[in-house]
Write a protein that binds this ligand. Structure first.
Ligand SMILES: [Zn+2]
Ligand SMILES: [Zn+2]
Length: 170
C-alpha cells in the first residue's frame, strides 16, 4: 500500500485511514472512507488556469467512498481538455472546490482536491502528468514518475488501483 500514502509519511501506512477535508468557510466537510486509488499531480494548462497556480493535485477515489459530512455542494460544469467536460463541486458560500468528476471517467470516480484535506501532507503524488506544459521553475526529481502527457494506467498504476478502477466500470 506504499503507493497510496508514500513512504515518506511516518505512521501513515493504513490504507483504511479516513482523511477529512473541507472548504474555507467551514460549511462543507467531507471524509474519504478509504485511501485514494491513485494521486495525479497534473501540470496541464487547464489545471494551471483552474487553480491559478502551477499544477493540480487530485486524489482519485470511488465516489461511494467519499462522504459529504456537512453542508451541501454546488455543481459547476466547465469545459475540459478532453472536450467532455468537468463537473466541479464547490461550497455554495465560499465557492472553494473540493472535488470534481471528469465526464470521461464518469460520476463514479471523484478527483478530490488534495489541498482541501486537513492533512494534505499525507497524500503525495503517485505521478506527474502533462509535464510538457510544466512551469519552468518547477523542478521534478526523485522517485515519482514523470510523463509528458497522460499516463498509461496499465503501466503506471499499481495493480490494486487498476482493480479498483475496473470494478467501477463493471
Ligand atoms: Zn465554504
Ligand atoms: Zn490537468
Amino acid at each position: 500500500m506504499k503507493y497510496f500514502w508514500g513512504e515518506l509519511t511516518m505512521g501513515q501506512t493504513d490504507p483504511d485511514q479516513k482523511l477529512e477535508g473541507g472548504c474555507a468557510c467551514g460549511n462543507v466537510r467531507y471524509r474519504m472512507n478509504s485511501a485514494p486509488m491513485f494521486v495525479n499531480c497534473c501540470h496541464c494548462t487547464w489545471c494551471q488556469r483552474e487553480t491559478g497556480t502551477a499544477f493540480a493535485l487530485n486524489a482519485m477515489i470511488e465516489s461511494d467512498r467519499l462522504e459529504l459530512t456537512s453542508g451541501e455542494l454546488d455543481v459547476v460544469e466547465i469545459p475540459s481538455d478532453s472536450g467532455k467536460g468537468q463537473k466541479i463541486f464547490r461550497c455554495p458560500d465560499c465557492k472553494i472546490a473540493v472535488w470534481s468528476h471528469y465526464v470521461g471517467a464518469g460520476d463514479k470516480l471523484s478527483f478530490v482536491r488534495v489541498g482541501s484535506l486537513d492533512e494534505a501532507h499525507l497524500v503525495q503524488p503517485d505521478i506527474h502528468i502533462y509535464t510538457s506544459t510544466k512551469q519552468p521553475w518547477v523542478s521534478l526529481s526523485g522517485e515519482v514518475p514523470v510523463v509528458e502527457e497522460y499516463c498509461n494506467p496499465k503501466e503506471h498504476w499499481p495493480e490494486e488501483a487498476q482493480k479498483r478502477y475496473k470494478a467501477l466500470k463493471d
